[in-house]
Design a protein around this ligand. Structure first.
Ligand SMILES: Nc1ncnc2c1ncn2[C@@H]1O[C@H](COP(=O)(O)OP(=O)(O)OP(=O)(O)O)[C@@H](O)[C@H]1O
Ligand SMILES: [Mg+2]
Length: 442
């Protein structure tokens, strides 16, 4: 374009000036409009395709719930709306493109017509020879070709830009916990966990925990009990720094967890979450997840300890059986056993078991109780439990309710105290949970 503009000026300055004056402002004006309209349009269609995919994946993930509640029709209608909104956004960008592309061509053609008028007039007045006029027009054609090409590229550029804008927004989202630049390596810990005046709320205006003080000694197992939604899982999540407290400190072996690298912290704290997550792949790879350098012998031992042997024998390919994504092809209890085996293999210094045995039948639970003894040997542990069988085995019980620690003590102390735990225990005994006294201190 630059070379041809120079040639045009060389052929005839007046005509070339007209070309620039007539065509360039219009093209620039149109391009600015296109830039704005297409950016808005492409961003909108990005958002709406995201809605389409989210809706689709949610419907597929919750397909059983949808079917059980006869919600198929409503989900289909909803999906139609979401898809329709996406189509509308695409119509909009399509229309913007349909205006911009042809409009630039039209500007070119109208410009050439006008220039032909001006050039023709100049020829009649003998200000210009016919040869120069023809040459000028041949070059003028060449001048518009790259503009058309640029218009096409500009469209692709805009499309890509909107994707980059959305990606950048995602990548720039700050993590809820940030590792300090001067974070140090947490040395091998003994396992003392201290909550010091800890307050926390997912929404700062609605605190979940307020001024919690608690110390877990090395090797001690502590059970968190309390009503649903009291903040048991939340307190456990603060220990391995899924979140930072809004006030107060969480210390591991006397070191503030905010000052150490997340890697060194989490490699020493093993978590079996409330909803164990398995990845698509074989059981073996799922078990190996927690640590590198796990041998087959280790895996066999873990399978034995948590009582997974029966399941593995039943499966066609044993340990190499593939579980589907999120472990869908296993029962919840089986998933919990696998998660426990995974924690056993990771050999962390501190174990956090969030309702790790809630989906197990009594027989598996007995196996698990024995497994827990092995698992907890010499380790500090936080056991979150609704089943008091598990809680009764702990060295100490912490009752969490009303945003804080309500009671702390050994199981027998708390029962003797006749407080909140004693009431829970009574109710639990009355409901037929008598076997809890087996092996525990009633
Ligand atoms: N990611 C989250 N965002 C916002 N609020 C949350 C989040 N997770 C939990 N909460 C809220 O925090 C409170 C405490 O939740 P938490 O999961 O700690 O309860 P819990 O004691 O473990 O209960 P459960 O016995 O049912 O597992 C609840 O009121 C819950 O609604
Ligand atoms: Mg919980």
């Amino acid at each position: 374009m630059i070379v041809i503009t120079a040639v045009l000026f060389d052929l005839n300055v007046v005509l070339a000036t007209w070309t620039v004056v007539l065509v360039v402002p219009l093209l620039v004006g149109f391009s600015i409009w296109f830039h704005r309209a297409s950016e808005a349009g492409y961003l909108l269609s990005r958002d709406r395709i995201a809605n389409v995919l989210a809706d689709l994946s949610e419907s597929l993930y919750g397909i059983r719930v949808v079917t059980a509640n006869n919600r198929q029709r409503r989900n289909i209608t909803n999906h139609r709306h979401v898809v329709g909104a996406y189509r509308d956004a695409n119509f909009f960008t399509g229309r913007v493109n349909a205006v911009y592309g042809p409009a630039t061509i039209m500007i070119g053609i109208l410009g050439q017509a006008l220039l032909l008028g001006i050039g023709g007039d100049m020829y009649l007045r003998h200000q210009l020879t016919l040869g120069v006029l023809v040459a000028f027009f041949l070059y003028l054609n060449r001048f518009f070709q790259p503009i058309q090409l640029l218009v096409q590229q500009y469209n692709s550029l805009q499309q890509g830009r909107s994707s980059v804008i959305r990606l950048r927004e995602l990548l720039e989202t700050p993590p809820s916990v940030d590792e300090r630049a001067d974070a140090t390596q947490l040395p091998t810990i003994e396992g003392r966990i201290t909550f010091e005046h800890v307050s926390f709320g997912y929404d700062p205006t609605r605190p979940v925990l307020e001024d919690v003080n608690l110390e877990i000694a090395p090797g001690e197992s502590v059970a968190f009990v309390g009503p649903t939604g009291a903040g048991k899982s939340t307190l456990a999540k603060l220990a391995n720094r899924f979140y930072d407290p809004t006030q107060g400190r969480v210390l591991v072996d006397g070191v503030d967890v905010r000052t150490v690298t997340l890697r060194s912290l989490r490699s020493q704290l093993g978590v079996v979450p409330q909803e164990p997550f398995l990845f698509a792949g074989s059981i073996r790879t799922n078990l190996r997840f927690g640590r590198t350098g796990i041998t087959d012998a280790d895996i066999d031992e873990a399978v034995d300890v948590v009582g997974l042997g029966d399941l593995i024998e039943r499966l066609p390919l044993g340990l190499d059986t593939v579980v589907h994504e999120r472990g869908q092809t296993l029962s919840s209890g089986e998933r919990q056993l696998l998660a426990l085996a995974r924690a056993f293999l990771a050999r962390p210094r501190v174990l956090i078991l969030d309702e790790a045995t809630s989906s197990l039948d009594l027989r598996s639970e007995t196996i698990i109780e024995r497994a827990l003894d092995r698992l907890l040997e010499g380790r500090s542990a936080i056991l979150i439990a609704h089943r008091l069988t598990t809680a009764q085995r702990a060295d100490r019980i912490v009752v969490i309710d009303e945003g804080g620690v309500l009671e702390v003590g050994t199981p027998s102390e708390l029962i003797a105290k006749a407080g909140a735990y004693a009431a829970m225990y009574e109710a639990w005994l009355a409901s037929g949970g008598r076997d809890a006294t087996r092996g525990a201190n009633p």
